[in-house]
Design a protein around this ligand. Structure first.
Ligand code: UDP
Length: 239
């Protein structure tokens, strides 16, 4: 049976791709499914903070390639994450889960500002905290933000859900049929084998601060709630 190690507090990174169900924009049915899974974990007592990506709307680097000024394009990317946050908040509240959205760019009518001590207080009260607008800084990614937020709010791990893959492999399983699925791996081994798990900055933050990363598939049946509840799905990366 799968090993379970309950977390006290975790950060779940949901990429924007997950919200769109592969398309641009938000697919409410998909978001409802994610919310139901987070609810299950939250109600079982795990403190859940979510960092939401925005790739289903805009990626700054892509807009830059198409002629836009990078910083402005990145702000568009950050604003996109906030729409995902509001969709997730809506479906969580329909499940009777109390939530707070905190954004790194202040927008008082829509969300609280990112205040880490307040976020921790919400979590202690059983609220799900949803972090939007990335770091509020161009040239950053929400992967990096998920590591930073996890460190600042003292989470036990960062759980990264990925579309299209369900774990870390020794090579790209979509290209190499001999790719081996890894249950656990160390940060050093990831670097030695030149595997790509998260962006460099996120990876360094986790490695330097002994923050475990779990990479798991967004499409795995009940994957989000199982990962949040500490079931060993996907790949665990530790020191
Ligand atoms: N972004 C940014 N700073 C941040 C986080 C995000 O500039 O701190 C911008 C960046 O343009 C990025 C976009 O927001 O491409 C969407 O975020 P990300 O690519 O991390 O979303 P995901 O790939 O997880 O959906």
């Amino acid at each position: 049976d799968a090993e379970r190690r309950p977390y006290r507090r975790v950060v779940l990174k949901l990429s924007g791709e997950v919200f769109g169900g592969g398309a641009v924009g938000v697919d409410p049915d998909v978001v409802a499914g994610i919310a139901a899974q987070i609810t299950k974990a939250s109600k079982s007592g795990v403190q859940v903070a979510v960092v939401v990506g925005g790739g289903n709307f805009f990626r700054g680097a892509e807009l830059q390639r198409r002629g836009m000024e990078r910083s402005r394009a990145d702000y568009m990317g950050m604003l996109g994450t906030v729409m995902n946050c509001l969709a997730l908040q809506d479906f969580l509240e329909k499940e009777d889960v109390e939530t707070r959205v905190q954004t790194a760019i202040t927008m008082a009518q829509v969300a609280e500002a990112y205040i880490p001590r307040k976020a921790m207080r919400h979590l202690e009260k059983g609220r799900v905290v949803i972090f939007g607008a990335g770091a509020g800084l161009p040239y950053f990614t929400t992967d990096t933000v998920s590591a930073q937020r996890a460190l600042e709010i003292k989470a036990d791990a960062v759980l990264m859900s990925k579309s299209g893959v369900d774990a870390v492999y020794t090579a790209d399983p979509r290209i190499d049929p001999n790719a081996e699925r890894l249950e656990t791996i160390t940060f050093d081994e990831v670097l030695q084998r030149r595997l790509q798990v998260a962006d460099q900055a996120a990876f360094s933050l986790c490695q330097d601060n002994d923050l475990p990363i779990v990479v798991f598939g967004a499409e795995v049946e009940d994957g989000i709630s199982r990962a949040l509840c500490g079931e060993r799905i996907g790949t665990l990366i530790t020191s």
